[in-house]
Design a protein around this ligand. Structure first.
Ligand SMILES: NC(=O)c1ccc[n+]([C@@H]2O[C@H](COP(=O)([O-])OP(=O)(O)OC[C@H]3O[C@@H](n4cnc5c(N)ncnc54)[C@H](OP(=O)(O)O)[C@@H]3O)[C@@H](O)[C@H]2O)c1
Length: 248
C-alpha cells in the first residue's frame, strides 16, 4: 500500500492510514463507518459486498475491527454478507489489551423485525454475546428469543433510536463504534449527526445496476462536508479516510 496523503515513508501503511484520535463525542462513542464501493458508486455486486473487496481492503477492514470497541451492522448486511462473530488474532488481542480494550469487540446488530438466524455462529459461537438492538415495540416473542441468544438493547418505537443505542453502548464503556453498513444504517447515522469518520475504499470496478450508494436514505439537508484526512493506493484501489464535518 502506497500512502498518497497523511502517510509516512515507512511503517505499516494500513496502521498509518487508520491512525487517528478518537474520543467519545459528548455522551456517545466516536462513530466511524467503513464501506467499499466501485468507482461508479455501487456497494454490492450480486447483492454482496465481497465482489468489491480485495486483499488490501480486507486488511483495512480487519485493522479497523481491531481498533473498535463495538462493530455495528444492520440486519440486512448481516444476512447478505453472512456475518460471523469477531475472532481477533492473538496479536490483535494483545494490542487491544495493551490499550485497555476488551480483547474481542462486541458485535451489535440493528433490526426492526428481530428475525435473525439464532442458530448462526454469530449467536452460537460468539465469545462475547452479540448485541441485538431492536425497537421497544418489536414482537415480544422475538425480543425474548433475542434476549436468550445474545444481549438485547431496546430503544425507540417503530425503529431503533440509534443515538439512544450509542449512548447505551457508551455507558457500557464503548469509546469507538465501527459501523460496517449497510448504506441505510450509515445514512441514518449521518442524518442523526452521529457519524464522525468514514473509511471509503474505491474499488477499480464499474458495476452499474441498482446497488445502493454508500449512503441510502433521505437527502441530507444540508449535505455534510468531509475533510480528507488520509489516502492510500494499492492495486488501483483507493483508500480514503474522511472526517465528517468542517472541523469548526
Ligand atoms: N460495500 C459495502 O461496504 C457494504 C457494506 C455493508 C453492506 N453492503 C451491502 O448492502 C446491502 C445491504 O444493505 P441494505 O441497505 O439493503 O440493508 P441494511 O441497511 O444492511 O439492513 C436493513 C435492515 O436493517 C435493519 N435496520 C436498519 N435501520 C434500522 C433501524 N433504525 N431500526 C431497526 N432496524 C433497522 C432492518 O432490519 P430487519 O430487516 O431485521 O427489520 C432493515 O431491514 C447488501 O447488498 C450488502 O452486501 C455493502
Amino acid at each position: 500500500m502506497r500512502a498518497l496523503l497523511g502517510g509516512t515513508a515507512d511503517g505499516d501503511a494500513v496502521a498509518t492510514l487508520t491512525a487517528g484520535h478518537r474520543e467519545p463525542v459528548g455522551d456517545r462513542p466516536w462513530v466511524l463507518a467503513n464501506m467499499v464501493a466501485s468507482a461508479d458508486g455501487a456497494t454490492a455486486v450480486d447483492g454482496e459486498s465481497r465482489g468489491l473487496s480485495g486483499p488490501a481492503d480486507r486488511r483495512v477492514f480487519h485493522h479497523l475491527r481491531g481498533l473498535a470497541d463495538v462493530v455495528m451492522a444492520a440486519a440486512g448486511t448481516v444476512r447478505a454478507d453472512r456475518y460471523g462473530p469477531a475472532r481477533p488474532s492473538p496479536a490483535v488481542r494483545a494490542a487491544r489489551a495493551a490499550r485497555g480494550q476488551a480483547e474481542v469487540p462486541l458485535v451489535a446488530v440493528v433490526t426492526r423485525s428481530v428475525d435473525l438466524d439464532w442458530d448462526a455462529p454469530l449467536f452460537t459461537g460468539a465469545e462475547v454475546p452479540t448485541v441485538v438492538a431492536a425497537p421497544r415495540d418489536a414482537d415480544p416473542g422475538r425480543l425474548d428469543r433475542a434476549r436468550a441468544a445474545g444481549r438485547l438493547v431496546t430503544a425507540g418505537t417503530g425503529g431503533v433510536d440509534l443515538p439512544a443505542v450509542l449512548r447505551e453502548l457508551g455507558r457500557d464503556g464503548a469509546r469507538t463504534v465501527l459501523c460496517e453498513g449497510g448504506p441505510g444504517l450509515i445514512a441514518q447515522l449521518a442524518a442523526a449527526s452521529c457519524l464522525d469518520e468514514l473509511f471509503l475504499t474505491v474499488s477499480p470496478l464499474l458495476v452499474a445496476g441498482d446497488a445502493a450508494r454508500v449512503l441510502r436514505g433521505d437527502a441530507l439537508d444540508p449535505p455534510r462536508p468531509l475533510r480528507l484526512a488520509a489516502a492510500a493506493e494499492e492495486d488501483g484501489a483507493l483508500f480514503l479516510r474522511y472526517l465528517v464535518g468542517d472541523g469548526r
